[in-house]
Ligand binder design. Structure first.
Ligand SMILES: Nc1ncnc2c1ncn2[C@@H]1O[C@H](COP(=O)(O)OP(=O)(O)OP(=O)(O)O)[C@@H](O)[C@H]1O
Length: 238
């Protein structure tokens, strides 16, 4: 297999005196969809925040395409090619759908490619084309998630990280978003996903890591984890 795109070794991080991640090791290869699952408070969001530079690791290394990015500022991580779609979507009130999407491209200067990428987002989520002049925070929850994912795509990341894709959304909307992610991945997009619904996570990903108390408890092919009775007993109720 090719060298990992993203590789974490022994990453510890937390908030002030509270340590949340205790020596995390994981890899994401180019072209993969990798899911992080685990109970509330296990540290999945904290892990994404540490990768995207919102939190500084206390120890360990985070390398992306061969360069160390641990402790780099969020702008530098975005510039390096990692986009983070945060939990709760965080769209800007008072800005249209189109303006929220364009914010994803704020570090880019390639105007023609930006216009093409906006069309790609609209093709992926046609409802956003229809609603492009509407205040983004007036969209439904699922449409807001599309807009947040679209904003991530607009930075043209090599790694797209999405926190809690399905939270609060109807099964139909989750299916729709899942199809969009599968299409993006088929076109070459590498994706790291945090997903509280374990079966959705396994469905959407090639590989998954189960996180417990800030550590990787298990990792493997998603299809195998989904078939493993010890996994379903322990995690299907979370
Ligand atoms: N800003 C913060 N300050 C202090 N502690 C925090 C902060 N954010 C998260 N934590 C704590 O870090 C731990 C891990 O939280 P995190 O959000 O990473 O978990 P998670 O696995 O993503 O779970 P969830 O699905 O509930 O978001 C929790 O104990 C949480 O209370």
């Amino acid at each position: 297999m090719a060298d990992p795109m993203l590789s974490l070794e022994g990453v510890t991080a937390g908030y002030g005196q509270i340590q949340v991640l205790w020596g995390m090791d994981l890899v994401v290869h180019p072209g993969e969809v990798v899911a992080l699952v685990g109970s509330n408070g296990a540290g999945k969001s904290t892990l994404l925040r540490t990768i995207s530079g919102l939190l500084r690791p206390n120890a360990g290394t985070i390398s992306f395409e061969g360069a160390e990015i641990g402790g780099a500022k969020p702008d530098a991580v975005l510039k390096a090619g990692i986009a983070h779609v945060p939990e709760g979507r965080r769209l800007f009130r008072g800005l249209t759908v189109r303006d929220n999407l364009m914010l994803g491209a704020y570090l880019r200067a390639d105007r023609e490619a930006i216009a093409r990428d906006l069309e790609t987002v609209f093709d992926l989520f046609p409802i956003l084309r229809e609603r492009q002049r509407q205040d983004a925070t007036t969209l439904s929850g699922g449409e807001q998630q599309m807009c947040a994912v679209g904003r991530g795509i607009m930075s043209r990341p090599r790694l797209l990280m999405i926190d809690e894709l399905s939270l609060g959304l109807s099964p139909r909307m989750v299916e729709h978003l899942g199809e969009a992610l599968a299409a993006l991945n088929k076109a070459g997009q590498t994706i790291l996903l945090v997903e509280q619904d374990v079966m959705t996570a396994f469905d959407l990903s090639h590989r998954a890591y189960i996180i417990e108390n800030g550590r990787v408890a298990r990792g493997g092919a998603s299809a195998e984890l989904a078939r493993d009775p010890t996994v379903s007993e322990a995690y299907l109720s979370i």
